[in-house]
Design a binder for this molecule. Structure first.
Ligand code: GDP
Ligand code: MG
Length: 424
């Protein structure tokens, strides 16, 4: 049985917490896309862990964690993260890296930085982790799979050929120092040493696991709005963030995904540039940012303040739809207890016309929010674990969102800790 946990908003919905929770009843947790460019925060018996590349099942000793084919594998970051997690007292996780996963090359990170520099004021707000150059190269068929680290002669030859191209750009477009194939080869040999204990044919492993009826979790990174095909292009990430891609990025038959849990946050946050219709600013945003998440809404990877907004029914409904959500996990509702009234965006007004459908990116840029105000509950509901115990107004808030989304909210999270959750 395969279950996917994915984001229906702009990312940072609390997928890490939900995945960590479901991981305890899973055999396998898989990262299938993205890289170390975003982060999940999980808080459990080991304290607070910020995960970027490692699957959120790493705290559970009986879980096999897989970094699958579709991931952008940043090997130095991988090493750093393992070291940090072990330092927190987590036992050495059971972890596999697909031999077909591709490697974030040191120059991908450089090109990400140089390109953002070149764009200046028009930059994407990239985390500069090399993700866009990485996926560009993957689809241009000049990427490097983990398995290539073990074929030294072929690797050397390919490096020379790829660097010929890269060095032309470095010299003539970016006016930066060029790269040396021998030095890069040596670096890749260090990478090999780091990953060797984990490299495996994960496709074969998963084929058998499915046959054996194992419980498998697919862990998405970012959210629907950041999907290159369905999101707010071009202010998106460079790999698909959708549950459907889980089958490709992990190597699992599509029909095996039985449950798709879309994680939706009770208010909105976003990082990077791009349209964000329900965005709020100044004091209103600051207050929500301070009260949001486990210790304010700041990037788990970058530490930068997240952009804040009220709940957006239009974007979230679309976000659930493109994920194919069977269930919604509504998170961080406890963060809204300070408000007398809670505005939610129920429609967009575009060129004087109201719409309930999420528009294409060119129209989205002109969309203005249509607000409805719901009653606040003005109390601390953190840690409440049964729906009946929520104040009436909080129950109504959940039911309103459920109706707007058209998907059952089967989980409501009332705090960052593992046990601060209720099932409906
Ligand atoms: P992810 O990228 O989707 O895994 O989300 P992040 O971990 O980047 O951001 C979500 C933030 O909200 C983190 O600080 C979590 O600890 C926190 N969080 C998750 N669920 C809840 C919740 O129900 N209530 C509160 N207050 N914080 C939550
Ligand atoms: Mg995050």
């Amino acid at each position: 049985m395969v279950k996917a946990i994915v984001g229906a908003n702009w990312g940072d919905e609390g997928k890490g917490k939900i995945t960590d929770m479901f991981a305890s009843e899973s055999d396998i947790v898989i990262r299938f896309q993205g890289g170390a460019n975003a982060g999940h925060t999980i808080i459990n018996e080991y304290g607070k862990l910020a995960l970027h590349l490692l699957p959120s099942g790493i705290c559970h000793s009986k879980v096999t964690n897989i970094i699958a084919n579709g991931v952008a594998l940043n090997i130095p970051k991988f090493k750093e993260e393992i070291t940090n997690v072990l330092a927190k007292g987590v036992p050495m996780p059971n972890l596999m890296i697909s031999d077909r996963a591709q490697i974030v090359m040191p120059y991908h990170i450089l090109f990400d930085q140089y390109e953002e520099e070149r764009l200046g004021g028009k930059a994407f707000g990239s985390t500069k982790s090399g993700i866009a150059p990485f996926y560009s190269d993957k689809y241009a068929k000049i990427g490097f799979q983990v398995c290539e680290l073990f074929e030294e002669e072929a690797l050397k030859e390919k490096l020379v050929s790829v660097l010929e191209l890269k060095n032309i750009l470095l010299e003539h477009l970016y006016h930066k120092p060029t790269l040396d194939a021998d030095a890069l080869f040596d670096e890749l040999m260090q990478y090999r040493e780091i990953v060797t204990p984990f490299v495996a044919d994960t496709t074969a492993y998963l084929h058998q696991a499915i046959k054996d009826g194992k419980k498998i979790l697919l862990e998405g990174q970012l959210g629907s709005m950041k999907d290159p095909d369905h999101g707010i292009y071009p202010m998106v990430t460079s790999s698909s963030t959708l549950a459907g891609y889980g089958t490709v990025g992990a190597g699992i038959p599509p029909y095996e995904i039985k449950e798709i849990v879309a994680v939706v946050k009770a208010y909105s946050s976003a990082v990077g540039a791009g349209a964000f219709t329900s965005e709020i600013f100044d004091d209103e945003a600051n207050e929500m940012r301070q009260r949001g998440g486990d210790a304010g809404e700041y990037g788990a990877t970058t530490g930068r303040p997240r952009r804040m907004g009220w709940f957006d029914c239009v974007a979230s409904r679309y976000g659930c739809r493109v994920q194919g959500a069977t269930d919604v996990a509504l998170t961080a509702i406890d963060c809204l207890g300070y408000l007398d009234e809670i505005p939610v965006c129920v429609a967009y007004e575009i060129d004087g016309v109201e719409t309930l459908d999420f528009p294409n990116p060119t129209k989205l840029d002109r969309a203005k929010p249509v607000w409805k105000k719901l009653k606040g509950w003005k109390s601390d509901i953190r840690g409440i674990t049964s729906f009946d115990k929520l104040p009436k107004e909080a129950q109504e808030y959940v039911l309103f969102i459920e109706k707007e989304l058209g998907v059952r909210i089967s989980l409501v999270s009332t705090g960052p800790k593992r046990e601060e959750i209720m099932f409906r």
